[in-house]
Design a protein around this ligand. Structure first.
Ligand code: SAH
Ligand code: SF4
Length: 355
């Protein structure tokens, strides 16, 4: 075991304090930051504008770690999935979803998830632990390593242009680390992903929504999946703790006075459970009641072995989408990506069942 300090766990201010602590001028921290997050360098030896003495000091006391790749798969639609391993052997999955001239990296925030949503493969795996700041940031750095996108591109054309915090885990239950990690990922002198290109999805931890959004400045997505509490509680146990009304009030509070804060409501369509036109109408009344500026993202259910749910048929999905659209809520249907390699929404899982 090493007792060296992992630098990717530190905020910019903390890094600076650390550098000052070892007797260096604070601008050295800025140079170090650029090596780590603008150039993607992990080896202190390569940091040519730092003195030999400083490089040695860094080498002896600090580490810069990118998670280890255990396996990776590329889907027929080019979706790329990695199984990553951290220092203690815990693992998560990460996915890159390429579009024509851009793409989103879907990152995880926890090993497993305690929310236990019935339709989610990750939820069927027990919660193990929160990811550290460095483990969250490190995922994105692995994707950058894979696509050779170092140093950070300065124009708008990038393969890895967006981040969705929609992998394994409930980000608002690891808020402190997620906030720090997003601040690193969006820092202009480093990885420099624009905050408007980051979307964080929550299962609805109502009391933390406003705080999370104000501290990160990224876009909010809420996994709603039901128009009323009785259906939502059946499929999402967390709804017994935070009811729909509480989530809606938090969303309204977040939007108060700022019209640019559009919210995406994710809505998973499960056959015979939440996909009728009555449900769509109930949903419309709900959003109107709270005067939310929102759009829907309709997600066809991605099955996984032993899940016990069926996806809605195409016709129901289209009718559902049209009904919402006619009421003024855009409701595009999310195209499932990487299904052949179990990389689509809700299919991520880092532990295989023991046979
Ligand atoms: N834990 C967070 C973010 C990760 S999940 C959350 O729940 O919001 C990203 C999205 O995929 C969520 O809306 C989630 O509900 C949805 N999802 C989960 N299981 C799914 C499945 N089997 N098929 C399709 N979408 C799923
Ligand atoms: Fe956790 Fe999100 Fe899966 Fe629910 S849908 S179990 S909150 S990862």
């Amino acid at each position: 075991m090493t007792d060296k300090i992992e630098l990717t766990n530190l905020s910019k201010q903390e890094l600076e304090a650390e550098i000052v602590k070892i007797g260096e001028k604070s601008f050295r921290a800025k140079q170090l930051w650029q090596w780590i997050y603008f150039r993607g360098v992990t080896n202190f030896e390569e940091m040519s504008n730092l003195s030999q003495v400083l490089r040695k000091k860094l080498q002896d006391n600090y580490t810069i770690t990118h998670p280890k790749i255990v396996t990776e798969q590329i889907s027929i639609d080019k979706t790329h999935k990695w199984l990553l391993e951290f220092q203690d052997g815990e693992r998560v999955e990460m996915v890159y979803i390429p579009e024509k001239d851009r793409g989103a990296v879907c990152i995880s925030t926890q090993v497993g998830c305690a929310m236990g949503c019935r339709f989610c493969h990750t939820g069927s795996q027990k919660f193990t632990r929160n990811l550290t700041v460095g483990e969250i940031v490190g995922q994105f750095m692995v994707a950058r390593d894979a696509y050779g996108e170092w140093p950070s591109p300065t124009d708008e054309v990038r393969y890895l242009s967006n981040i969705v915090v929609m992998g394994m885990g409930e980000p608002l239950n690891n808020l402190e680390n997620v906030v720090k990690a997003l601040n690193i990922l969006t820092d202009n002198e480093g990885i420099a992903i624009s905050r408007r290109r980051v979307t964080m999805s929550t299962s609805g931890i109502a009391p933390r929504i406003v705080e999370a959004m104000l501290k990160t400045g990224v876009r909010l997505a809420v996994s709603l999946h039901a128009p009323n509490n009785s259906i939502r509680s059946q499929i999402m146990p967390i709804n017994d703790k935070f009811k729909i009304e509480e989530i809606m009030r938090a969303c309204a509070e977040y939007q108060k006075g700022d019209h640019s804060r559009y919210i995406t409501f994710e809505y998973l369509l499960l056959k015979g459970i939440n996909d009728s036109l009555e449900h769509a109408k109930e949903l419309i009344s709900l959003l109107k009641k709270y005067r939310l500026r929102a759009l829907f993202n309709l997600i066809p259910f991605n099955p996984w072995p032993g899940c016990g749910f069926e996806p809605s048929d195409k016709k129901s999905i289209e009718a559902f989408s049209k009904t919402l659209d006619a009421a003024g809520f855009a409701a595009p249907v999310r195209v499932a990506r990487g299904q052949d390699i179990l990389a689509a929404c809700g299919q991520l899982k880092s532990k295989q069942p023991k046979s």
